[in-house]
Design a protein around this ligand. Structure first.
Ligand SMILES: [Zn+2]
Length: 418
């Protein structure tokens, strides 16, 4: 590949790329290849590693599924999705359900897929999930909304953190405090997140566990994680595009399309969260793509399904809002979307960066091009997305998975940790 500006770890460089057997084999002055790709005028970004999606297969394929979800991923420049253990039936709680996911993704996914396991009791099969190749285990401190995926009480959470800590297994936590939510009678105040994350980080410190706080909706959660990290806790935090792009006024306008948990906050909270992203406090940005059927997503917001459709728009939304609107350098965005998640989830050095030896997972972008996201472009099965009609700057010209147009995804396992 010749002529492109390539986003590497420490900058953007005009270098040529040689791809052999699906991997980057040289960067810089490369010899003539059998097939030459002229990418003059384009910027090449490492394929996005979306650390948090719900593709709901097997079991709730009418909500999304590997085929539709990964088609959207590929169209949006995402070459690896990390599928959450819940909303599929069965949830990914042991080797049998892990293998059911593997079978489903190997026949349906067009991009690579890594799988989170889940822990819903102190007796969860952590060793089995680790040996099967799970990225880690997801737990809930509040009601998950899926009856087959119960939350952990504090005793169970502490037990899981201790066991996972001794296995070196990452624990991803939905941190909202159930008692605070109940007192708030259907509202989901920021306090519910703060109370939960403080308790979690205290438990994690005691257990010497590796924890990852998913979908922080506000800056105070990020600040708690950063403070704990300074105190020596192995903790990271993610946020999602919908908390950065939208505010509560837009939730009022879009209704159920933007219902999620924790909820989208007000404009002031959004700007404080942006400050944390821009100064490097947030470890990664993931879509938390969680569609459902059109029926479950329409009508009264109180009874609608909570989850935002976003796997396809992660990179365009962040190019527009982070790079153009707020001046985030491209390598910093690559750290948030590709390298950061790959490293934290154990998928580096195979995934997450453009480097010799890594998979040639690449996104070719026309950075200056402005365009509108139309519903006809959307791959989600529901046909619904809050991003429809939005203007983006930065158009994805082509996505390459292991050097070729994405057609057949594989299960990717994290590298073993000791
Ligand atoms: Zn989620």
């Amino acid at each position: 590949m010749r002529g492109a500006a390539v986003v590497v770890d420490d900058g953007v460089r005009e270098v040529d790329l040689l791809i052999e057997a699906g991997r980057v084999s040289a960067l810089g002055d490369v010899p003539r290849a059998r097939e030459e790709l002229d990418a003059t005028g384009l910027t090449v970004f490492p394929g996005i590693v979306d650390a948090h999606v719900h593709l709901n297969e097997p079991g709730r394929t009418e909500w999304e599924g590997f085929a539709a979800g990964t088609a959207g991923a590929a169209a949006g420049g995402t070459t690896t999705v990390c599928d959450m253990p819940l909303n599929s039936l069965p949830p990914t709680l042991d080797r049998t359900s892990f293998e059911a996911k593997r079978t489903a993704l190997e026949s349906g996914a067009v991009v690579d897929v890594a799988l989170w396991g889940g822990a819903t009791s102190a007796e969860a099969t952590l060793e089995e999930l680790r040996d099967a190749g799970a990225l880690g285990v997801k737990v809930f401190m509040s009601d998950s909304g899926a009856p087959e995926f119960p939350r952990l009480e504090d005793d169970g959470l502490r037990a899981i953190l201790a066991r996972a800590g001794s296995l070196g297994l990452l624990v991803a936590v939905h941190a909202e405090d159930e008692a605070t939510l109940r007192q708030a009678h259907g509202a989901r105040p920021p306090d519910a997140e703060i109370h939960a994350v403080r308790r979690l980080l205290g438990f994690a410190a005691a257990a010497k566990a590796r924890v990852h706080v998913v979908h922080a909706s506000n800056a105070d959660v990020v600040d708690e994680v950063v403070a704990a990290r300074h105190a020596g806790v192995d903790a990271t935090v993610e946020t999602c595009p919908h908390y950065l792009v939208f505010d509560d006024a837009e939730v009022a306008r879009h209704g159920a399309l933007l219902k999620c948990a924790p909820p989208i906050r007000d404009d002031a909270a959004r700007e404080r969260l942006w400050e944390r992203v821009l100064r490097g406090d947030v470890d990664l940005i993931a879509s938390d793509h969680s569609p459902s059927t059109r029926e479950l997503k329409s009508g009264d917001i109180r009874s609608a399904w909570g989850g935002v459709t976003g796997v396809q728009t992660l990179l365009p939304a962040m190019l527009t809002e982070a790079v153009y609107a707020r001046g985030l350098p491209l390598p910093a965005l690559a750290r948030l979307l590709s390298h950061g998640p790959a490293r934290r989830l154990g998928l580096a050095p195979q995934k997450g960066a453009i480097a010799v030896g890594a998979d040639a997972d690449l996104v070719l972008i026309d950075l200056e091009r402005e365009w509108t996201f139309e519903s006809s472009m959307l791959h989600a099965r529901s046909g619904l997305s809050p991003y429809v009609g939005r203007r983006f700057r930065g158009a994805i010209r082509r996505t390459l998975l292991r050097g070729a147009t994405p057609r057949r995804g594989r299960l990717i396992r994290p590298v073993a940790r000791t």
